[in-house]
Design a protein around this ligand. Structure first.
Ligand code: FES
Ligand code: FES
Length: 228
């Protein structure tokens, strides 16, 4: 029986159509303006497979199957800058940026909560703005500058950002699940407006939910860093 990597093979457009008819999972890889088709083995949910880039024939990318992977998935090579590091990777076209940041870049500060844009726990900064990463596809983030909690403190997480320090000082966390999203929303606010009023802080953080109800200390922490 062929291994998963052996199953990955270059196919022509005609074979692609045949493959689709046979229920094969197919990815489209675009590199340097060249579009190639590669076959990605169908993966049960939660399993990981290896995909060879048939354009350059030099790079191997690991793709982890999502929860609904038993359907054909197109993939694309995208380039992002994440925490000042350029990243080029093959991503399934239907994966959110949240999924790619967690599953492919292992940036686990980006939390998954509601997955519907309602809780804010997945908040990151894209080109200076606080964005729910569950509400944008990774392919839509092509060329964007992305910052996660891992990238705000300096020396890639070894130094604390003043907001992280304030979260500790003011006990901004109880269970802590919401904290990365709150801090990223607060950072976007302070970067744009270094001395916001209390109302402006509340407004900027209004898209973030804390199930523990720790809002008062959260606002105090932000105000201690940049309050008017
Ligand atoms: S997980 Fe993105 S807003 Fe809730
Ligand atoms: S501290 Fe628990 S959800 Fe906010």
């Amino acid at each position: 029986m062929a291994s998963q990597s052996e199953e990955v093979q270059k196919v022509t457009r005609r074979n692609l159509l045949k493959g689709l008819g046979a229920g094969v999972v197919v990815g489209a890889v675009a590199v340097a303006g060249v579009e190639e088709m590669v076959r990605i083995p169908a993966l049960p949910s939660g399993q990981t497979g290896t995909v060879t880039n048939t354009v350059t024939n030099t790079t191997t990318t690991t793709v982890t199957a999502g929860t609904a992977s038993a359907v054909p998935v197109l993939s694309k090579v995208i380039t992002l800058t994440v925490n000042d590091v350029p990243q080029t990777m093959l991503v399934p076209s239907n994966w959110t940026l949240l999924e790619v940041l967690r599953e492919q870049l292992h940036l686990f500060s980006v939390k998954q909560g509601c997955d519907t844009g309602a809780c804010g726990t997945c908040t990151i900064i894209i080109d200076g703005k606080a964005i729910n990463s569950c509400q944008i596809l990774a392919v839509e983030a092509e060329g964007k500058k992305i910052v996660t909690l891992e990238g705000i403190g300096g020396d890639y997480g070894k130094n604390l950002h003043p907001l992280q320090q304030a979260w500790m000082t003011y006990q901004g966390t109880q269970c802590g699940y919401c904290a990365p999203g709150f801090i990223m929303a607060a950072k976007a606010l302070l970067d744009a407006k270094p001395h916001p009023t209390t109302d402006e802080i509340r407004e900027a953080l209004s898209g973030n939910i804390c199930i523990c109800g720790n809002y008062k200390k959260t606002y105090q922490a932000v105000a201690s860093v940049g309050g008017a």
